[in-house]
Design a binder for this molecule. Structure first.
Ligand code: ADP
Ligand code: MG
Length: 698
């Protein structure tokens, strides 16, 4: 398609547009703000606002909004038109620098975890010039941060930007100590691979559970699931292909580099990967991507499910967060180099990540903790709840010889020692095979695979950037004190491996043996949000975030509360939806089928020549027991969820959901699914798994 280059970024106020439309001097000052964080003058803001408005209006926009990412996990916007009254009952289209840089949405309804009392409704948004503004439908969207009036963080972008600054600063310290005087800026690069399910819209409409909770709360596994592995990378169905083409086009307009698409493991599951970019843009783009996918699906009479576990017994969806560090010279600090010095640098940065992940396993686990993702982590599919690092055999061997101070003997008879020879090239295939690892080194980047498909990638990257900053800060502190830097670097690498190698695991993460081994190694294994969330406020974690000024302790307490509250609310909604579906649909359907059987039995027994009705009787007895059971379990769940709902302490409530409500939900589901197996298809009140998963035809 020739028009793609023209299409690309058409809806974005990007560098090209800025250069075209801004006076040279203003453009230069804006770039300074973007690249170096210098404050923006009112004059520049006014000029940018004017250019942005004119560009937006020419491209069909009538409104603008500050586009921000509150703690709800989705983006928020409040549209205002450019219209301003003018003389003679006319209007002019206006947009000032002030409106561009600062907004005051009525913020009282966004989660704040007690940071902003509801009577103090004022929160404000402030322009983030490092992420491009874009037009969505008729609205100019301006990426912004969101803070309370007293300056407390209420969103995901502010801490992300802070963590980017922290890692830049600490990386530069280490680079200087390694003798690098040229690199001026280092930014995390991220490519987030997005998994999702596509199902038929009509089938979706008939399922209250999907509509209200995003996942099926009932449903028996179909005879065919993913056993044959015939969906992964299989031929894409034409209807899905059309959806993908439409999605690509839309995303290209937003400047999202949508690149690879393929079918995933489970039936109806797919993946979309963009080309990586800086973490701030990648985070914004992933939000746009999710929005576009949902919207475009509807145009094709499909529904895009982003939930982590829409179907029981079938793989869930995640988001692989590919992460690396890129310098302003375009170098990737996790690329094994050809020269000895590069090779030492590579190992040092690799060790920083190993140390960071080991010391803050809990924070990484918390960064991906939601009620939805709990179903995925630790199930027999996605990465386990235990965080470990996969390096591959060769790299592990290299680290081992670095630890022992011996020469590494590579496969091709290459020998190397630290600072002596170049690292052997690490073939991607060697490192990319272990799909069970939550945190895998894949050649020149780390792939954090525990992130849930519906989540913003902000939390995971805030944690990643901050914990690696901490490790690098420790390294820099040590190296600064050393007289012989070369020797000190080698010792640092050896010491770090010795101390943190327990986090390295190259085996199969799904097995029971690994769970036992991990326990012996003292690694965390937090299976649910209720287990991990309280650790957010552990002393070492508060010290970490406050040290790098990512959060204040107050902000951390509020975030912890918001996340825990959210966990409880999701489970409350799920439990109530189950009760409602069981009472209103599944029970009546079961009774109807049972009545049919009973009528049949009584009719036939009055005419003996029609047979003994043995089958009907057997089924009827079985069904009768199940109906009884269904009713008891429904009422038990209703009672438990009501009791738990009344608890005002969210931490106590989260444990009750884990220990009482979830088991009651599972028990009810088991009975309902047993009923589904017995009653006639025409009687079951919802489209079944077969229809949901295989409903999209050719
Ligand atoms: P897969 O993991 O499916 O084999 P790739 O490894 O090619 O696919 O890429 C997965 C994602 O990782 C893509 O979004 C890609 O842009 C991103 N990626 C590739 N290199 C880097 C890097 N150096 N830093 C961050 N992300 C990267
Ligand atoms: Mg991948």
């Amino acid at each position: 398609m020739n028009e793609i280059p023209e299409l690309f970024g058409r809806s974005v106020f990007n560098d090209r547009v800025m250069r075209e439309r801004l006076p040279q001097d203003i453009y230069r000052q804006l770039k300074e703000t973007i690249n170096e964080g210098t404050p923006l003058s009112r004059e520049v803001a006014n000029e940018v606002a004017e250019a942005m408005k004119n560009w937006a209006i020419e491209n069909g926009a009538t409104h603008f909004t500050h586009w921000f990412q509150p703690m709800t996990g989705v983006t928020a916007e409040k549209h205002e038109s450019f219209i301003s009254p003018a003389e003679g009952d006319s209007v002019i289209m206006e947009f000032s620098g002030k409106e561009l840089t600062r907004g005051e949405p009525d913020a009282s309804s966004f989660p704040s975890g007690g940071l902003r009392a509801t009577f103090e409704a004022r929160g404000y948004t402030a322009w983030d010039p490092t992420s491009n503004a874009f037009i969505k439908e008729n609205t100019l969207c301006i990426p912004t941060v969101f803070l309370s009036y007293s300056g407390d963080v209420l969103d995901k972008k502010t801490p992300l930007l802070r963590s980017v600054e922290a890692i830049n600063e600490q990386t530069l310290r280490v680079l200087r100590l390694l003798g690098d005087t040229e690199v001026k800026r280092v930014v995390p690069s991220v490519g987030a691979e997005q998994e999702y399910f596509l199902i038929d819209r009509e089938a979706y409409r008939q399922r209250k559970d999907l509509i209200l909770t995003g996942r099926t709360l009932f449903g028996r596994r179909p005879p065919k699931g993913q056993q044959l592995d015939d969906h992964y990378f299989g031929t894409i169905k034409p209807r899905v292909k059309e959806f993908m083409r439409d999605c690509d086009e839309e995303m290209w307009k937003y400047g999202v580099l949508a690149k690879t698409e393929h079918n995933e493991t489970a039936p109806s599951q797919h993946e979309l990967a963009p080309i990586y970019t800086n973490v701030n843009a990648a985070t914004d783009q992933n939000q746009i991507m999710m929005e576009v996918m949902k919207k475009v699906a509807l145009r094709h009479d499909l529904v895009c499910l982003l939930h982590e576990k829409p179907f029981n017994g079938i793989n869930g969806s995640g988001k692989h967060n590919n992460w690396s560090l890129t310098t302003d010279k375009g170098e990737n600090l996790f690329s094994p180099g050809k020269k000895p010095a590069e090779n030492t640098r590579f190992l040092l940065f690799l060790c920083a990540v190993v140390k960071a992940v080991d010391e803050y396993q809990d924070l990484l686990r918390i960064s991906v903790a939601t009620a939805g993702n709990d179903h995925r982590l630790g199930a027999n599919e996605a990465p386990p709840a235990i965080i470990s690092v996969f390096l591959g055999d060769e790299l592990t061997e290299i680290l081992k010889s670095a630890e022992d101070g011996t020469l590494y003997e590579g496969k091709k008879n290459t020998k190397m020692g630290l600072g002596v020879h170049a690292l052997p090239e690490i073939p991607k295939d060697n490192t990319d095979r272990n799909r069970t690892s939550p945190f895998a080194f894949t050649g020149n980047k780390f792939e954090f695979r525990s992130v849930g498909s519906s989540m913003s990638i902000a939390e995971a990257n805030i944690v990643l950037d901050t914990i690696v900053s901490d490790a690098l800060c420790d390294f820099a502190d040590t190296l600064e004190k050393a007289a012989d830097k070369d020797k000190a670097v080698h010792k640092l690498i050896a010491d770090t491996i010795k101390k943190h190698k327990r986090i390295i695991f190259n085996g199969n993460g799904y097995t029971k043996e690994w769970e036992e081994e991990a326990a012996r190694r003292g690694l965390c294994n937090y299976k649910t949000c209720a287990d991990c969330m309280p650790h957010y406020l552990d002393k070492k974690n508060v010290e970490l975030f406050t040290k790098f000024k990512i959060f204040t302790e107050r902000e951390m307490i509020s975030r912890c509360e918001i996340l825990t509250e959210n966990y409880c609310k999701v489970l409350q909604i799920e439990a109530q939806t189950m009760v409602e579906m069981a009472r209103k649909d599944i029970l009546p359907a079961s009774v109807a089928f049972s009545t049919l059987l009973c009528k049949d039995i009584s009719l036939k027994t009055s005419t003996p020549e029609t047979g003994s009705c043995a089958a009907e009787k057997r089924i009827s007895v079985k069904l009768g027991k199940l109906i009884d059971d269904l009713d008891l379990k429904t009422e038990a769940l209703a009672r438990l969820s009501n009791e738990t709902k009344r608890k005002s302490d969210y931490f106590a409530a989260s444990r009750e959901y884990r220990d009482k409500v979830i088991p009651a939900m599972e028990a009810l589901r088991k009975t309902a699914d047993d009923i589904e197996e017995i009653i006639g298809s025409d009687y079951y009140p919802y489209p079944d798994y077969c229809e949901l998963l295989f409903g999209i035809d050719g």
